[in-house]
Write a protein that binds this ligand. Structure first.
Ligand SMILES: CC(C)(COP(=O)(O)OP(=O)(O)OC[C@H]1O[C@@H](n2cnc3c(N)ncnc32)[C@H](O)[C@@H]1OP(=O)(O)O)[C@@H](O)C(=O)NCCC(=O)NCCS
Length: 146
């Protein structure tokens, strides 16, 4: 996967590519209703998209302001056939870096419990109890980036 490229930018530049990946993963694969997948927060978020050698989007995620000094990462998705090749890690690290650069001190996220191990490998710690969001078990996780 050495020929993949990563872009970080606003919805106006990356929204169409990010939507393609999210639609494949969350709507088609996980069965989340399409209307729950899109929200106004996309307009203000920083987005990351990885493209394959053909220029097709294959991985995405977004960074939102949660509260002063705290960023929230969400909508992390990698096309099923390409999982395990560190594309998710690339997206996550790029978003954490973007948070650090704008002066945030903590990054939090609401992880699907099936992905908890992925975030733990990259330094995140679980906080609180497991709860259901769109019918899927989630847990809050955070990373101190001071
Ligand atoms: C979760 C997701 C984004 C991870 O992306 P990915 O590209 O497959 O993960 P990476 O290859 O970057 O994994 C980095 C490391 O975490 C590990 N890892 C990946 N997914 C994992 C999981 N679900 N549980 C435990 N460890 C995991 C990898 O083995 C790798 O470890 P290594 O460095 O020792 O090889 C991807 O599996 C995905 O899109 N899942 C479906 C949508 C989803 O659940 N999104 C998360 C919503 S919170």
């Amino acid at each position: 996967m050495s020929t993949t490229t990563l872009s970080v930018g606003p919805w106006s530049a990356l929204g169409s590519a990010a939507s393609q990946v999210r639609n494949a993963v969350f709507v088609q694969e996980q069965g989340i209703p399409a209307e729950m997948e899109w929200d106004v927060a996309d307009q203000d978020a920083v987005h990351a998209v990885v493209y394959d050698a053909q220029g097709e989007p294959v991985a995405t995620g977004r960074l939102l302001p949660q509260s002063p000094g705290v960023a929230r990462i969400g909508r992390m998705a990698v096309l099923k056939t390409l999982r395990g090749s560190h594309l998710g890690q690339r997206v996550l690290e790029a978003l954490v870096q973007a948070a650090r650069e704008r002066g945030d001190v903590e990054v939090c996220l609401h992880a699907q419990t099936s992905a908890q191990g992925f975030y733990e490998r990259l330094g995140f710690t679980p906080r609180g109890a497991v709860y259901a969001e769109v019918g899927i078990p989630h847990i809050e996780m955070f990373l101190d980036i001071r």
